[in-house]
Design a protein around this ligand. Structure first.
Ligand code: SF4
Length: 364
């Protein structure tokens, strides 16, 4: 299983399409970037087989990605962490992989996300780089992240209404392909203009007042479509306008501006929460309450099985749903979750939202 050689090959786990954004940054630390194969059943089987049974689902997915990347020749792995059990992922995963016989270097960024700290870390590992080049690349990766989020947010809101099935997804693939080849900020600005125009010109049949659903919950299962059984696409297919506010842009924005949305989410979460409940739990409740007041038709709450911050959020969400007769659908994912069950529940939720919307409109 020994995969070490002199060429530095770096890899990091998948989460949605962000691999394309973080690639330039990773290249500052290695000669080559190894993209783990797209997540499949095999990935989760590998991850689950070698993880502690009680580990959260993102831990298992990440471990599966690492094993597949190491098998492709990666010899440097990157993991971040913080907030909850996520803070221990790197330590435990490194031990598991080393016990499996893999030879690699493991870079861990735990609660350590300021630009200054990341830059110093890169400089330490690659002293020949100038700080100017490091900052420029961080900015470039950040702008790639923002562009991905902008394009995907547009897709989420419109994919359910395309006239010709597959138009949006086909263009998303083309966009990602071009994004991967982009060399500088000017390229990104051209891409943004080009693809926003292409997407806006895709024929859609969108009603004036479509069903609007906000999706909240734990960040990994929110952002990695394989882990949530492509829930956003499923909702879109039923003609639902989907809104998601948690993204890598929003997380990076908080980090880079030393801002914290937690306080503002806590305000929105009143009277259902008094204190911060860890990770993204407060955000789930605050956002759900805010969207309810904005007239959204419903909320979908997603979490990995056993995720404590989101379990805490659920009791507050239950109260809010009951007091305001506000529809909230809960999904808890683990490695055994059945896709059929998810589709059936989404179907029933959609029917219920439709009936409620008709009834509410008739009462006005
Ligand atoms: S937020 Fe939940 S699922 Fe994610 S690492 Fe923390 S405890 Fe695990």
């Amino acid at each position: 299983m020994e995969k070490n050689n002199n060429i530095k090959k770096i890899s990091f786990p998948h989460m949605g399409n962000y691999f394309y954004a973080l690639k330039p940054l990773a290249l500052l630390l290695a000669d080559e970037v190894i993209m783990p194969p797209p997540i499949t059943k095999k990935t989760i089987e590998l991850g689950t087989k070698h993880s502690p049974e009680s580990a959260c689902i993102p831990f298992k997915y990440n471990l599966g990605n690492f094993i597949e990347a190491l098998d492709l020749g990666a010899n440097i792995l990157v993991q971040s962490g913080g907030g909850c059990r996520f803070g221990y992922y790197g330590e435990v995963q490194e031990n598991i992989l080393k016990n499996l016989g893999y030879k690699f270097e493991f870079l861990k960024f735990v609660n350590d996300f300021s630009i200054i700290k990341i830059s110093k870390y890169i400089k330490l590992n690659n002293p020949e780089l100038s700080y100017f080049k490091i900052f420029k690349t961080i900015l470039f990766s950040y702008l790639r992240v923002r562009l991905i989020d902008k394009i995907e947010a547009y897709l989420r809101m419109n994919i359910g209404f395309e006239v010709k099935n597959g138009d949006f997804e086909r263009n998303l693939k083309l966009f990602l392909n071009e994004l991967d080849k982009s060399k500088n900020i000017l390229d990104l600005s051209k891409l943004k203009k080009k693809y926003l125009e292409i997407l806006k010109n895709i024929p859609t049949k969108k009603p004036q007042n479509p069903i609007r659903v906000g999706i909240v919950g734990e960040l990994y299962v929110l952002m990695e479509p394989f882990s949530n059984f492509n829930i956003e696409k499923e909702l879109g297919r039923r003609g639902i306008e989907v809104h998601r506010f948690c993204s890598v842009s929003s997380i990076l924005h908080d980090i880079f501006t030393f801002d914290s949305h937690t306080k503002s989410f806590l305000k929105h979460a009143a009277p259902y929460l008094k204190y911060h409940i860890g990770a993204h739990g407060t955000e789930s409740v605050g956002l759900a309450n805010k969207l309810r007041k904005q007239g959204f038709d419903g909320i979908i709450h997603v979490k990995p099985f056993g995720c404590m911050p989101e379990v805490n959020a659920m009791s507050a969400l239950h109260r809010m749903a009951k007091e305001h007769n506000f529809p909230i659908l809960y999904f808890s994912f683990d490695s055994q979750t059945s896709e059929t069950g998810i589709k059936t529940r989404i179907e029933a939720f959609y029917d219920m939202l439709m009936m409620k919307k008709k009834r509410d409109t008739m009462q006005i």
